[in-house]
Ligand binder design. Structure first.
Ligand SMILES: N[C@@H](CCC(=O)N[C@@H](CS)C(=O)NCC(=O)O)C(=O)O
Length: 205
């Protein structure tokens, strides 16, 4: 059976949601962050040397990187439901959004998180990170202002992958300046699979 190595309050939540949407059997192996450092416990390094979550085990494969895990699972179990056909323009958009989640979108978010935790005064970094975050959120907002989902009117795995960052910002600082994005994430959070992932994440907090 598929095993998901899940760290509390982490990117792994979106893999739970994806597995729920795909309707496949899976087992969650739960880990807890260190109360002081917030890092993953050393046991995760026994599964993969990076010691980060999510890690997926399936069919003898050990897969890290939530983008790669999402592509793997979607191509294996959801090619007809959660991704566009490969010879279409929508597929190119889908691929782009799949890389966006851990690429362009993640850097300013991580910079802002580390600056907040560190509390340091910076020369240019704070302003840079805030400006970049605004660009990312504006781009997302514009992208869902005329469509239901990131790839037109169809819900895809790219929505699940990008939901982690948007949901976190929505919960921590709000999205009032990005009304289309706010409506979009609230719609995603109301989906049954997303609610199930939320419940499971709370169970393993
Ligand atoms: N790019 C990786 C990032 C993995 C990652 O940094 N995971 C975090 C949780 S959100 C983690 O395991 N943090 C604990 C640690 O670094 O010890 C992915 O998308 O899976």
């Amino acid at each position: 059976m598929i095993k998901l190595h899940h760290l509390n309050a982490s990117r792994s939540k979106r893999i739970i949601w994806l597995l729920e949407e795909l309707g496949v059997e899976y087992e969650i192996i739960a880990y807890k962050r260190d109360a002081v450092t917030n890092l993953a416990p050393p046991e995760l390094k026994a599964i993969h040397p990076l010691g980060k979550s999510p890690v997926l085990e399936d069919d003898g494969h050990v897969i890290v990187e939530s983008g790669a895990i999402t592509e793997y699972l979607t191509e294996k179990f959801g090619a007809d439901t959660l991704m566009p056909a490969k010879d279409t323009a929508d597929y190119i958009q889908y691929k782009q959004w799949m890389h966006f989640a851990e690429g362009s979108a993640m850097l300013p978010a991580l910079l802002l998180m580390f600056l907040r935790v560190d509390g340091c005064k910076t020369n240019m970094l704070q302003g840079y990170a805030e400006g970049e975050m605004h660009n990312i959120l504006s781009h997302l907002n514009n992208s869902v202002s005329d469509s239901e989902f990131l790839v037109g009117q169809s819900f895809t795995a790219a929505d699940i992958l990008n939901s982690f960052l948007i949901e976190n910002i929505h919960k921590k600082s709000g999205l009032d300046h990005y009304p289309a994005l706010k409506g979009y994430i609230e719609k995603l959070m109301a989906m049954p699979g997303s609610k199930k992932a939320q419940a499971l994440e709370e169970k393993y907090l």
